[in-house]
Design a protein around this ligand. Structure first.
Ligand SMILES: [Zn+2]
Length: 316
C-alpha cells in the first residue's frame, strides 16, 4: 500500500461510516406538569386530593365502595369512552355529588401531544387538530353526562408538549398534574400501590386508576386510603381547594430522525433511522425507572410491565 493510499484509507472509511451510521435521533421533549394543594390554614388537618383516572374499560367497585363507605371525596378524570361504557357508575357518582367531581380525561384517551408518536403504547392525538378533538370531545361528554362543563383536563399519559399545554389553556381547560402516581398506571401490585399511597404528605395530589377492577393495584388504593384516613388526613376535591402548579418535569422521547440526505457511493442505500427508544430524562433516571405516569418520588421497586412504558414511535 502506497503512502497516498494509507492516507486516504481512513478518510474513505470515515465517509462510508458517516453515510451508513444514522445520526442521533431527534429528541421530543414531553412535559409532565405537577400539582399540589395550596397550604391549608394553620392548625387545620393535613389534606390530600385523590384523583382517579377513568381511562377506558370498567369500574373498580372496590375503590368506589370504599369512597362511599368512608365518605372520602375524589376527583374522577373520565374519558368520553368511559362515560359511555359505565352508565351505572356515572349515575352512582352523580347521586353522590357531595363526594365526586367528574373532570375531563379526553375523548378517546389519546395523549394530548401534537406530534405523531406513541406514548406507553397509546397513539398520541398527533396534531393541534387532534389535541383539540381530544380536549373538546372530552369536555362535551363530561358536560352532557353531568350537566356541568369540566374545568380540569388531564390528558392520557399526563404528558404534553409546551405547545399543546398552551393550546389546552386556550381551550379554557386547566391541566391537572399530580404529585404522586400511586398505582403506576394500575400496573403496581397491591402492596406497592399501598406503599406509594403512604408516601403522601400534606398537600399531595395522588393519582390512581378506577377503571381496572381486574388488577390488584385497586386493592392497594383501598388499603392506602384507609391508612391515610386513619393517620388523620382529610381528602378534598380539586374544585374545593386552591392548588399550586409545580414546574413540569421534562421527559425525553426520541423520535425518528429525518432521512439522511447524503448519498453513498456505489448506489448503497442510505438507511433511515428506525424508531428509537426512550432516552433517560434529565433527572438521570433510566427509562426503566420511569413509571407509567411518573412519580415525584424516587422509584423503589421494579419497573412497570412493558405495556405501560413509553414504546417505540411508529415508523415514519
Ligand atoms: Zn388515562
Amino acid at each position: 500500500m502506497t503512502m497516498r493510499r494509507l492516507f486516504f484509507f481512513p478518510a474513505t472509511v470515515f465517509l462510508v461510516l458517516a453515510a451508513i451510521v444514522p445520526p442521533p435521533a431527534r429528541a421530543d421533549i414531553l412535559l409532565q406538569p405537577g400539582l399540589r394543594l395550596a397550604p391549608a390554614e394553620a392548625g387545620s388537618a393535613p389534606q390530600l386530593a385523590l384523583t382517579l383516572d377513568a381511562c377506558d374499560g370498567g369500574t373498580d367497585q372496590r375503590i368506589i365502595d370504599t369512597l362511599l363507605a368512608e365518605n372520602i371525596p375524589a376527583t374522577i378524570f373520565a374519558t368520553a369512552r368511559w362515560l359511555k361504557r359505565n352508565p351505572d357508575t356515572v349515575k352512582l357518582l352523580l347521586a353522590h355529588g357531595n363526594l365526586f367531581e367528574i373532570e375531563n380525561h379526553g375523548a378517546r384517551h389519546r395523549p394530548a401531544v401534537d406530534r405523531p408518536i406513541r406514548i406507553y403504547g397509546l397513539k398520541a392525538a398527533g396534531s393541534p387538530e387532534g389535541v383539540r378533538a381530544e380536549v373538546d370531545g372530552g369536555e362535551q361528554a363530561v358536560a352532557a353526562a353531568t350537566g356541568r362543563p369540566p374545568r380540569w383536563f388531564r390528558g392520557a399519559a399526563a404528558l404534553y408538549t409546551a405547545e399543546s399545554l398552551k393550546q389546552i389553556a386556550s381551550l379554557h381547560q386547566q391541566v391537572a398534574g399530580y404529585s404522586i402516581a400511586a398505582d403506576g398506571g394500575a400496573s403496581f401490585s397491591a402492596a406497592r400501590t399501598e406503599r406509594e399511597m403512604l408516601t403522601a404528605r400534606n398537600g399531595d395530589v395522588l393519582l390512581a386508576h378506577v377503571n381496572h377492577p381486574e388488577k390488584t393495584a385497586g386493592a392497594g388504593v383501598v388499603k392506602g386510603l384507609l391508612a391515610l384516613k386513619a393517620r388523620g388526613y382529610r381528602f378534598v376535591r380539586l374544585d374545593q381547594v386552591q392548588t399550586e402548579e409545580l414546574p413540569p418535569k421534562q421527559r425525553m422521547l426520541a423520535a425518528p430522525a429525518a432521512p439522511v440526505a447524503a448519498k453513498m457511493p456505489d448506489s448503497v442505500t442510505t438507511p433511515t433511522t428506525p424508531a428509537a427508544a426512550l432516552t433517560p430524562e434529565r433527572t438521570g433516571k433510566t427509562p426503566l425507572e420511569q413509571s407509567a405516569e411518573g412519580t415525584n418520588r424516587p422509584p423503589s421497586a421494579p419497573p412497570p410491565p412493558a405495556h405501560t412504558r413509553l414504546r417505540k414511535p411508529p415508523a415514519p
